[in-house]
Design a protein around this ligand. Structure first.
Ligand code: F0G
Length: 460
C-alpha cells in the first residue's frame, strides 16, 4: 500500500495537465476534456524537465542513444515509433501496457521533382499516411486509447471526418474497448467509413457536418461515461509529437528551416509545435523550425483568424472543400495553433480546390501519393515560395497526413477529368490536364496495347 502511494506521487510529479487558457493545473479531466475553471483545452506539461538537475538519462546524448538502441529491439513498446520515445511522453501506471499497432516508423522521403516544381533546393515529406490505419491519427490514438483503458472506461467515442474514427475503432478493438463513431452523413470517404465498420465500431452517420457531430458528441459524453478520443484529448497530442521526433532523428537532429502541416481541427500542427519546443527546451535541438499551417480556402478559419485579428479571436466559417478530412469550420485547437505560429514564427496560407488537386497529382507523380487534405501542404509551399516567406536555399518538410488510398474516388475523378465541372480558366485546365492519366479501355489485343504505348511515348 505504502509502495503504491509512492509510485503514484512520483508519476504525478512526472507530468501534469495544464489549461492553455488560464494556466491552471487540472487535478482531473472533465469528460469534455476541458478546464474546470475556464473551459479551455488542456495540455500535458512536464514540470520536472525545468529542473537544473535533470537526471543523466534525460541528457540529450543519453536520450538519443536510448532511442536509437530501441530500434533493434523486438519489444512491442520499442517497435512502436511512438513509445520508443517514451521518456518524452506521459507514462502509463505500472501494470498497464500500451495499446499498440506498431504505429509510427514512417518514412521521410526526399521529393526532388516537387522541389523543382516549387523552386526550393531541399524538400522532404514526412509521410504519416504510412501508419497502420493509413493516417497520422494512429500516433495519437495509441497514447490516448491506452489512457482511456487505464482510466477504466468501457466505451470510447469521437466525432470525425473519417480518419480519427478509423484509427479510434482500430485501437479500441485492439485494446478490448467498445467504440462509438459520429460522422457527417455522406461527407466522409468510403474507405474511411469501411475501416470503422471493419474494426467493429458503432458507426452513426449524423445528418449534419463535422462541427454538428462535435456538438452532439459533447452532449453524449455529458450523459454517459464515455471517454472522448477527439484531438482535444491532451494525450492524443503527446503521441502525435513523435512525428517531429522521428523526422528530426532522421535528419540527425539538424533542424529544417520549415515544417508545413495541413490544418483542420488544428491539433496536429499544434502537436508538432509542442514537440519541437520540448526538444529545444531539453537541448536536443539548437533552433526551432518555422511551423506553418495550410488550409483549404473553403475551410480556412485559422487563416481568417490570423489575417483579421492577429489570432485573438476565432473566426468560424461554414466549411466547404473536397478535401473532406479538413472540412472543419470551428477548430477546437485554434488557440494552441496560434501559439505555435507565434513561437516558431510560422505563417498561414490557404489554397484553392484546383491548387489542391494539382499538388496532389504532383505528389502522386513522385511515386508517393497522399489524400487531398495532405496535398494542401505542397500547394501552400508553392505560394509561400512565391511570396518570399520560404527562400530557395531553405530546407522544407511537408507533413503528409493521409494515405493515397484513403480517397480513391477523388483520385479517379481527377484523372478522368470529372473533379471540376466547367468553372476553370484555361491556364488552370491546362496545368491539371498535364497531370491527368485517365485509364484507357482497349480491345484485348497486343496491337492495341502497343499502339497505346507508342502514343504515350510521343507525349513525353
Ligand atoms: N489531414 C488529414 C488526412 C486529416 O484526417 C486531418 C484531420 C487533418 C489533416 C487535419 O488535422 O485536425 O489535427 O488539424 N482529420 C480529423 C478526423 C478531423 O476526424 O479524422 P488537424
Amino acid at each position: 500500500m505504502i509502495e503504491q502511494t509512492a509510485v503514484a506521487s512520483k508519476l504525478e510529479q512526472a507530468y501534469q495537465l495544464r489549461c492553455v487558457g488560464c494556466g491552471q493545473v487540472a487535478a482531473d479531466m472533465r469528460q469534455n476534456l476541458r478546464c474546470l475553471s475556464c473551459g479551455e483545452l488542456l495540455e500535458v506539461i512536464f514540470p520536472a524537465w525545468n529542473s537544473a538537475q535533470r537526471p543523466p538519462e534525460m541528457q540529450p546524448s543519453a536520450l538519443k542513444a536510448t532511442w536509437k538502441q530501441r530500434r533493434g529491439s523486438t519489444l512491442p513498446q520499442d517497435e512502436s515509433g511512438v513509445w520508443r520515445f517514451r521518456e518524452l511522453l506521459p507514462a502509463l501506471q505500472p501494470g498497464f501496457e500500451p495499446i499498440t499497432l506498431r504505429e509510427g516508423n514512417t518514412p521521410l522521403y526526399e521529393m526532388p521533382i516537387c522541389a523543382r516544381i516549387a523552386g526550393v533546393e531541399t524538400l522532404y515529406a514526412k509521410h504519416q499516411g504510412m501508419n497502420p490505419t493509413g493516417s497520422f491519427k494512429d500516433t495519437g490514438m495509441t497514447t490516448a486509447a491506452s489512457f482511456a483503458r487505464q482510466e477504466g472506461y468501457r466505451w470510447v467515442a469521437c466525432a470525425s471526418t473519417g480518419n480519427t474514427s478509423a484509427s479510434m475503432a482500430a485501437y479500441a478493438a485492439r485494446g478490448g474497448l467498445r467504440s462509438l463513431v459520429l460522422i457527417p452523413d455522406g461527407k466522409i470517404t468510403w474507405s474511411k467509413l469501411s475501416q470503422s465498420l471493419d474494426y467493429g465500431a458503432l458507426t452513426c452517420q449524423l445528418k449534419t457536418d463535422f462541427d454538428g457531430c462535435m456538438k452532439v458528441l459533447n452532449d453524449v459524453v455529458r450523459r454517459m461515461p464515455i471517454y472522448m478520443l477527439n484531438s482535444m484529448n491532451p494525450y492524443r497530442a503527446e503521441g502525435q509529437k513523435t512525428a517531429a521526433f522521428e523526422l528530426l532523428e532522421k535528419l540527425d537532429w539538424q533542424v529544417p528551416d520549415h515544417i508545413i502541416a495541413p490544418g483542420g481541427n488544428l491539433a496536429n500542427s499544434s502537436a508538432i509545435g509542442k514537440a519541437v519546443m520540448e526538444l529545444y527546451e531539453l537541448g536536443i535541438i539548437s533552433s526551432l523550425p518555422k511551423i506553418s499551417v495550410i488550409q483549404a480556402a473553403g475551410a480556412n478559419p485559422l487563416v481568417r483568424t490570423m489575417r483579421e485579428n492577429g489570432g485573438k479571436k476565432l473566426v468560424p466559417v461554414q466549411a466547404e472543400t473536397m478535401a473532406s478530412a479538413i472540412r472543419i469550420g470551428n477548430p477546437a485547437s485554434w488557440r494552441k495553433a496560434v501559439r505555435i505560429l507565434e513561437r516558431t514564427a510560422g505563417t498561414v496560407e490557404d489554397v484553392t480546390e484546383q491548387e489542391i488537386a494539382l499538388a496532389k497529382a504532383e505528389i502522386g507523380a513522385e511515386g508517393i501519393g497522399c489524400e487531398p487534405a495532405s496535398a494542401v501542404t505542397f500547394a501552400g509551399l508553392k505560394k509561400l515560395v512565391r511570396s518570399g516567406f520560404v527562400r530557395k536555399q531553405e530546407s522544407v518538410v511537408l507533413v503528409l497526413t493521409g494515405h493515397v488510398l484513403k480517397d480513391a474516388e477523388y483520385t479517379l475523378k481527377f484523372h478522368r477529368g470529372d473533379l471540376f465541372e466547367g468553372d476553370l480558366d484555361q491556364k488552370e485546365s491546362a496545368a491539371l490536364a498535364r497531370q491527368q492519366r485517365a485509364p484507357i479501355v482497349l480491345e484485348a489485343t497486343t496491337d492495341a496495347v502497343l499502339k497505346a504505348l507508342e502514343q504515350a511515348e510521343k507525349k513525353l
